[in-house]
Design a protein around this ligand. Structure first.
Ligand SMILES: Cc1cc2nc3c(=O)[nH]c(=O)nc-3n(C[C@H](O)[C@H](O)[C@H](O)COP(=O)(O)OP(=O)(O)OC[C@H]3O[C@@H](n4cnc5c(N)ncnc54)[C@H](O)[C@@H]3O)c2cc1C
Length: 552
């Protein structure tokens, strides 16, 4: 039967766009099929903060950060904790990906016009030993222009390929099945959805108005993860983290529905590590939501005090920004699915960043004038202030007694005792008189301020939480926010998908979040952050290049 293209890519997110542009640039014909409308091109990456994991970059060197492949690999392996037979390909992907991040990643992007904000962030700082979880050094490089800035070079390349006839988009085409003959994938079939001019990120109509079938020599599945589908998140919730949370908010649009995962699995693809996921514990309900249950993740600096639902301070080293999975594990062990930050106005002003392109108009809009205010401004950035004033999870009070009683009223659980909270904050505050201290979180603050980037824009000068001069006091109720799927389809380094019999399925490739960002779970159990967009770039590129080559 006649082919409609050399390769079909399912999904116009970052991984799909990267794969498709590589195919078109190799002189092959590619069709990108997406269930959403043209206005949603770029998928999740558009909404992202644009943070990228890079190793030994000029930006790091300028800030005096010594980094190298060996250190990054040590951190990656300590963080991933690979411990299964199924981790063979994920581990090989991890080695290759760290080499990419320490090698050609930055130059490849730069040649396409991508630029980086000069202050490198320090995410997932760990707090265990050198071989344990976390980044030994700052590595989170924010794209100048955030999410749209990482989509832009690939959208531009895709539009050029569209003009020269090598790339075709089929928007509002929802794939419902993979077309197979004798075990070889030969195309996709599904429903054409009715046109919908709904704004980017909002839920679109699912009404079908027709059918379609498209044929090609190969299909690349780049359909994203499951984070928008809370039923699937709960079904796959790992036993080691206890019962799934009763209440969760969504850090991704509804189109991250996981449907294509089941469809690809039904075609015989081997899905591994489905119990590994990366959800955040510092989620706040968006007062101005775009998608259903829309939540935003706070990217916290190190100074807020963190309490569980019963009012007990989280144990060391579970400080803000240290170990997301460790925090999730701890919080779920309390029997409640929320926790609290208590902080001051001076902490919120310097330390709160919100993940998402729309929450960072200065960086997204590439405005140096606005961005410089991060270092000099008297108040918090405007989007943070807006949350402080309008967010359902924020409480601002002039004294601790009022704060605690408002916290009890907000949760409705009445678990917090004023004396208990006060005693813990006062004990921590007494540690403020010396630069050498016993409290591990306070040590962590002093350590952070030795890094110039943190001192400039991410870590408040150490102060007593109960010092009225630093106030008012702020409490934030933190919810569990779904985001990334760490498991996925098992793939070799060419992004070719293995079947359940461990043989490659001819004609089938997977990339991006659907492939666990490479191999079926390049991250293992945890991430060093900024590794998801990078995983889409790397696995999308490998898939596109390999599929184009195989297309002969
Ligand atoms: C707010 C936010 C902030 C983030 N910040 C960062 C960050 O700073 N750094 C980082 O590394 N990562 C970040 N991420 C994560 C990162 O953006 C995503 O993991 C990544 O963009 C996923 O890309 P993808 O191409 O694999 O999938 P997606 O972007 O989900 O794209 C998949 C596409 O496939 C389509 N699709 C799905 N099923 C079908 C079907 N059956 N038929 C047709 N089409 C289908 C969908 O409509 C969608 O367009 C962030 C994510 C969010 C939401």
């Amino acid at each position: 039967m006649a082919e409609d293209a050399d390769v079909i890519v399912v999904g116009g997110g970052l991984a799909g766009l990267v794969a498709a542009t590589e195919i078109a640039d190799a002189g092959k014909r590619v069709i990108v099929v997406d269930q959403e409308g043209e206005q949603s091109l770029g998928g999740q990456a558009f909404w992202s903060f644009g943070g990228l994991f890079l190793v030994d970059s000029p930006e790091q060197r300028r800030l005096g950060i010594n980094d190298c492949y060996d250190l990054a690999l040590q951190d990656w392996m300590g963080t991933a904790g690979f411990d299964r037979d199924d981790d063979h390909w994920p581990k090989r992907w991890a080695e290759a990906y760290v080499a990419f991040a320490a090698g050609e990643k930055r130059g490849w992007l730069r040649a396409m016009g991508h630029r980086i904000f000069p202050v490198v962030g320090w995410a997932e700082r760990g707090g265990y030993d050198a071989m344990g979880h976390g980044n030994s050094v700052p590595r989170f490089h924010v794209t100048w222009g955030t999410g749209p800035g990482i989509v832009e070079p690939f959208e531009r390349r895709a539009r050029e390929a569209q003009k020269n006839g090598r790339l075709t988009f089929r928007f509002r085409h929802r794939v419902d099945t993979l077309v197979m003959t004798n075990g070889t994938v030969e195309g996709v079939a599904g429903a054409v959805l009715e046109p919908d001019s709904v704004e980017r990120g909002k839920s679109s109509s699912r009404k079908a108005i027709g059918d379609f079938t498209l044929r090609a020599q190969a299909v690349i599945v780049a359909s994203g993860g499951i984070g928008g589908n809370h039923d699937m998140v709960r079904q796959n919730w790992p036993k080691r983290l206890g019962e799934p949370p009763k209440f969760m908010i969504s850090g991704v649009p509804e189109h991250v529905d996981g449907r294509m995962i089941g469809i690809t699995e039904a075609a015989g693809a081997r899905l591994i590590n489905r119990d590994r996921m990366w959800h955040y514990v510092e989620g706040i309900r968006n007062w101005n939501p775009i998608w259903p249950r829309h939540g935003i993740r706070i990217l916290p600096g190190p100074s807020s005090m963190w309490f569980d639902a019963t009012g007990k301070r989280l144990p060391a080293p579970l400080f803000p920004g240290s170990d997301t999975l460790g925090q999730l594990h701890y919080i779920m062990s309390t029997g409640y699915d929320y926790s609290w930050f208590i902080l001051t106005q001076n902490i919120i002003k310097k330390e709160f960043a919100l993940s998402g392109s729309e929450q960072n108009p200065d960086l997204t809009g590439k405005s140096w004038r606005m961005t410089l205010k991060r270092a000099t401004n008297k108040g918090a950035p405007a989007p943070v202030e807006a949350f402080k004033q309008n967010g359902a999870d924020f409480i601002v009070r002039g004294n601790l007694a009022d704060l605690v009683s408002a916290m009890n009223a907000l949760s409705g659980d009445n678990l917090l005792k004023f004396d208990h909270i006060k005693a813990q904050i006062e004990a921590r505050d007494r540690e403020m008189s010396n630069p050498y201290v016993k409290d591990a979180q306070v040590m962590n603050i002093h350590n952070a301020r030795r890094y110039i980037g943190d001192k400039l824009i991410r870590t408040a000068a150490p102060h007593r939480i109960l010092d009225p001069e630093q106030g008012p006091l702020i409490a934030v109720k933190l919810n569990i926010l779904t985001r990334k799927t760490l498991g996925g389809f098992e793939t070799d380094l060419d992004s070719r998908v293995f079947g359940t019999s461990r043989e490659i399925i001819p004609g089938l490739y997977a990339a991006g979040e659907a492939a666990g960002f490479g191999g079926g779970g390049v991250h293992g159990y945890r991430s060093l952050e900024g590794t998801f967009l990078g995983g889409c770039l790397f696995s999308g590129r490998n898939a596109g290049r390999a599929a184009a080559k195989a297309a002969g």
